[in-house]
Design a protein around this ligand. Structure first.
Ligand code: GTP
Ligand code: MG
Length: 198
């Protein structure tokens, strides 16, 4: 699928104020700094559309982007950012969870994990909660350009084993790099398929 137009629509703290849920929607979530905003920019091939930063905690709101007037991409704040107060963190978490649990047009949530790291408790808890709530998701292993192909495969295998401790099967997953564009086509292919079923 080709992407021709990508525009920023609005930022919200409450899912009720988000754009009318009349188009298919896809959200990007994961630990702070994992590369959510970068991946969105890579998917739509528009640098600087979603704001990125080397410092964690950049994205702080529910950001809607309208793609080709037909579907939405949503950039969410990361979780697990250590340098904020407990109150602040709880506020972000409830914002994210209210959005994910209630957004009726959300067809798939892309949960991003950094391919370089071992499976993290916080990510496992996050995907387990999505499972409990029946929220459809895929996994995306980010920053693949930072490892050799062998190391990528090894880490995916380790991750898979961890996931299979609690899940009957491995959810659909993608290997991505916002630097090389790896994974872009595959993610767009899934979006295209889901769009046609909406
Ligand atoms: P928050 O909004 O703070 O939660 O972060 P985020 O998940 O949106 O991450 P962001 O896209 O801002 O990227 C964080 C840092 O990682 C930036 O310095 C990016 O340039 C870098 N980065 C993101 N994706 C990739 C990637 O695929 N490869 C490499 N090498 N660096 C990446
Ligand atoms: Mg971000």
């Amino acid at each position: 699928m080709k992407v021709t137009e990508a525009i920023f629509l609005q930022s919200n703290t409450e899912y009720e104020k988000c754009p009318k849920p009349d188009k298919p929607e896809y959200a990007f979530i994961g630990r702070s700094n994992v590369g959510k905003s970068s991946l969105i920019n890579t998917i739509v091939q528009k640098k600087g559309l979603a704001k990125t930063s080397q410092t964690p905690g950049k994205t702080q709101l529910i950001n809607h982007f309208l793609i080709d007037q037909k579907w939405y991409l949503v950039d969410l704040p990361g979780y697990g950012y250590a340098k904020i107060s407990k109150t602040e963190r709880e506020k972000f978490e409830s914002m994210i969870h209210n959005y994910l649990s209630n957004r009726e047009n959300l067809l798939c949530t892309f949960v991003l994990v950094d391919i370089r790291h071992e499976p993290q408790k916080i990510d496992m808890e996050f995907i387990n909660r999505l499972g409990e709530e029946g929220i459809p998701f895929c996994l995306v292993f980010t920053k693949a350009d930072k490892l050799s192909k062998t190391a990528v495969d090894r880490n995916v295998e380790i991750y898979q084993q961890k996931v299979l401790e609690t899940w009957e099967e491995m959810p659909q997953f993608f290997i991505s790099s916002s630097v090389s564009g790896t994974g872009r086509e595959e993610i767009l292919q899934l979006i295209s398929t889901l769009n046609s079923e909406f």
